[in-house]
Design a protein around this ligand. Sequence first.
Ligand code: PLP
Length: 406
Amino acid sequence: MSVEQAPVQRADFDQVMVPNYSPAAFIPVRGEGSRVWDQSGRELIDFAGGIAVNALGHCHPALVKALTEQANTLWHVSNVFTNEPALRLAHKLVDATFAERAFFCNSGAESNEAAFKLARRVAHDRFGPEKHEIIATVNSFHGRTLFTVSVGGQPKYSDGFGPKITGISHVPYNDLEALKAQISDKTCAVVIEPIQGESGVVPADKAYLEGARKLCDEHNALLIFDEVQTGVGRTGSLYAYQHYGVTPDILTSAKSLGGGFPIGAMLTTTDLAKHLAVGTHGTTYGGNPLACAVACAVLDVVNTPETLAGIKAKHERFKSRLEKIGQQSGLFTQVRGVGLLIGCVLSDAWKGKAKDILNAAEKEGVMVLQAGPDVVRFAPSLVVEDADIDEGLARFERAVAKLTQG
Ligand SMILES: *Cc1c(COP(=O)(O)O)cnc(C)c1O
């Protein structure tokens, strides 16, 4: 091994990091499949999946192989040159979806930034500057750049940073009448998460997405699906639009796409893509060979009938046990979500206490997430072993019992 590394602890975070996060008290140091070990050697089961990112768990052999082979071959060339992994990845995404063109970047926010810029550019080119309004939904989450927090429907993320991007309105989610009342010939795009992830794991109604599609067509507006959280198998379909049978004009993907290696993608049609002509948009790292090689390997494993069917079966395994835990403890009133994006809605007595449940779960050796203060979220590996589901939920049940009885 090389140079000795200086020891670091959780306390270092408060000394050297910008305080915009409040990480857990322990530091994970190693992972394998759906298990993680911390600095003290304690083992935890991971149902958080790095926030719906680790689609194949930790250190999946196919991803380690793709990454190390690429690491020994070519790391980065910029977009002054194209590269083989990026072209292979684009082919895979085009073959598997409605899309005919891909743009690669490094995160969900960047993929949405590209989507919103493309939508405005298309409307500008085709109809003129008046047509620039974007309709988003209340409580939506689209990332943390200034444009994406402005489009996102959560003022707590967009207030206090000076003037927001204008020409954006927010309508209640799953409310077709509200969308109908807001949409006009000035609307350039409607953006929807097929399942609202961060704000509580709220699935769209099929009729809502169908209605949004129709309204967009009637007003020459583009339909954008933010599939940063729902994409790449999370719902048991490769993308949630396929689960719903409603096709957007632009789709954004990130999180699970890289299985833990940062990458984002915006997918669209040839006809729309041509509006981002040479020089209109770009990124230095986007389409980086390392990221694209890993994403190719992710898609090769996820986009198979076996993996996708497995996700649906694992959903049932989670849901039935969680419903039982919820009923016995009185902790939740509903278990909702699709595939391996599952939200447990807290009962009135526990409203606002999702963080306490996370902490209790961690003490019993299982990592879970919250989705707002009132929902406990599960976003595990898409290939989590049944034995790990059972053991992790047994630990979760013990945590819930301690909380509700103690
Ligand atoms: C996580 C998320 C984003 C932001 O992705 P980043 O990689 O954090 O920029 C955008 N949209 C949705 C729906 C997300 O869940």
